[in-house]
Design a protein around this ligand. Structure first.
Ligand code: ADP
Ligand code: MG
Length: 246
């Protein structure tokens, strides 16, 4: 990959679930180190869009490339893309029977084939980055929701991914824990991680996003830097959405 290869490039992407046309002619290019926030009403296709980026949802037409690698439907391409993309969901999905450290060393050991010592060092480094190195030997159930989500982020970072995908990473958290997770995302964005994040946290979007995407009915309706997006939304549907949530 050269410096000019987009982290994510989607061209003319369409996807259907049965008869439902869930992604409509999506064109989206994300530069390396860019932070993109994706917002829009429930059912607009936000989760489907970011899941398509790591092949969790198949697209029926158009092209999707991650760091230059095309998702062509083959298992080989899908595996290669997934090894480059970290994903964090609303529910933390930690393995409950493994320690925090073991959750984080799984992918390094089994996907990246590192030795145990290297995998543990890598995992401890990323746990330290999210402020939880001291919880390495804890069980997930011993942690708060915010801490569990920070572990989920560290676990995804252990892939050393070229792109990080977040699907409403703070929506399942008690309000007092939202800030600590957004702080980690802010740190990642500042550190040059390429980040696509679906969220309703518009304060975060305004402060951290390079561009904000508004989706409705499977389409990208508007995409703009946050100052334009929030202060001068161009599309009536964006204006309506913002007036309801802000
Ligand atoms: P959002 O994340 O913006 O709320 P989604 O991407 O989850 O929206 O959903 C987009 C559309 O696709 C909705 O109409 C939803 O009902 C439909 N959908 C999502 N997942 C599936 C699925 N696995 N099977 C069938 N329809 C789905
Ligand atoms: Mg969703």
């Amino acid at each position: 990959m050269t410096d000019t290869t987009p982290a994510v490039a989607m061209q003319g992407v369409n996807a259907w679930f049965g008869a439902t046309h869930v992604l409509r002619a999506i064109d989206l290019t994300v530069a390396p180190a860019e932070t993109l926030v994706i917002c829009g009403p429930s059912g607009s296709g936000k989760s489907t869009l970011i899941r398509a980026v790591n092949g969790l949802v198949a697209h029926q037409s158009g092209t999707i490339r991650v760091a230059g690698l095309a998702l062509d439907g083959s298992a080989k391409a899908t595996d290669a893309v997934r090894a480059r993309v970290g994903m964090v969901f609303q529910a933390f999905n930690l393995f409950p029977h493994l320690t925090v450290l073991e959750n984080c060393t799984l992918a390094p050991l089994h996907v990246r084939r590192l030795g145990l010592k290297a995998a543990r060092e890598l995992a401890l480094g990323h746990l330290d980055r999210v402020g939880l190195a001291d919880k390495a030997d804890s069980a997930p159930a011993e942690l708060s929701g915010g801490q569990q989500q920070r572990v989920a982020i560290a676990r995804a970072l252990c892939l050393e991914p070229q792109v990080m995908l977040f699907d409403e990473p703070t929506s399942a958290l008690d309000p007092e824990m939202v800030g600590e997770v957004l702080d980690v995302l802010t740190d990642l964005a500042a550190g040059g991680t390429t980040l696509l994040c679906v969220t309703h946290e518009m304060g975060f979007a305004r402060a951290v996003a390079d561009r904000v995407v508004f989706m409705d009915e499977g389409q990208i309706v508007e995409i703009a830097p946050p100052e334009d997006f929030f202060d001068r939304p161009r599309h009536p549907r964006t204006q309506g959405f913002l007036s309801r949530i802000l």
